[in-house]
Design a protein around this ligand. Structure first.
Ligand code: PGA
Length: 252
């Protein structure tokens, strides 16, 4: 795994957007996996700026998002569909037909999940997957447990995840307890992964993911087995790994 330690969140966002932008320039019909949450917001802002500046064209890009709350209306501003509309889709020239969103609506979830995996496969798999990491080491909403699911699936969120997600829900009781997430299969098959982590509260998860045993108790630890992962962390999230690696520019 390549490890890059950024000075701060702004630097992390610049480096992350630079990596994604370069990948799109190299392969304009890239299949990009999108994470949501607080961490990639700066990357999406900068990708919007790169589009405005004429540096990156999104018209041939295909995107698949990683997860969605279960049972929220798609129009709900707290849904990840709305998040992506607001923070990325409205800022760049992605074609609507190239945007694929994890199904979060009640109904035939099993079929909808299977169709989502089929759509990823039909697109040729993910070329570049953007990931965040939860404080409990989850990626997407693949929560720690005795086993991990390969396919896209409906998941009960861990109490720590519900707590973290409460930031976006003024009414704690309204925080969804379930979500649909792409499974570890499509994530691990991505040809390249960009893992982003910022803030001191992520330091233990990052260290566990990098140097702990590979275990379903820390889903991000599976990334140690991935051939082409770049981790970009800010100094705070790198707090527990800095003794083990050289700063600035990366190692690993
Ligand atoms: P965050 O979430 O970027 O909002 O911290 C990351 C995650 O839980 O995967």
């Amino acid at each position: 795994m390549r490890i890059v330690i950024a000075r701060d969140y702004e630097h992390l966002s610049c480096l992350g957007a630079g990596l994604v932008g370069e990948a799109i320039v190299r392969k304009p019909d890239l299949v990009l996996g999108l994470a949501t949450g607080v961490t990639p917001l700066g990357v999406y802002r900068k990708l919007g700026e790169m589009y405005e500046a004429g540096q990156v064209d999104f018209s041939r890009l295909t995107v698949f998002n990683l997860d969605e709350y279960y049972g929220l209306s798609p129009a709900d501003p707290r849904s990840y569909r709305s998040y992506l509309e607001r923070n990325l889709f409205s800022r760049v020239n992605l074609r609507p037909e190239n945007i694929h969103l994890v199904p979060g609506q009640p109904g035939n979830v099993a079929d909808a999940c299977r169709n989502y995996d089929l759509a990823i496969a039909a697109a040729g798999g993910i070329d570049l997957q953007i990931l965040g990491i939860g404080q409990n080491g989850h990626v997407g909403f693949n929560e720690p447990g005795k086993s991990l699911c390969v396919a896209t699936h409906l998941v009960d969120l861990a109490p720590q995840t519900v707590e973290a997600n409460a930031r976006s829900f003024p009414d704690h009781g309204a925080v969804p307890g379930r979500a649909v997430t792409v499974g570890m299969g499509a994530i691990m098959k991505a040809r390249r992964i960009l893992l982003l982590a910022g803030g001191r509260e992520k330091a233990a998860a990052v260290a566990g993911a990098l140097w702990g045993p590979v275990t379903t108790a820390v889903p991000a630890s599976l990334l140690q087995l991935h051939r082409h992962t770049t981790l970009i962390v800010d100094q705070a999230a790198a707090g527990l790994i800095r003794d083990c690696t050289s700063a600035a520019g990366g190692s690993g």
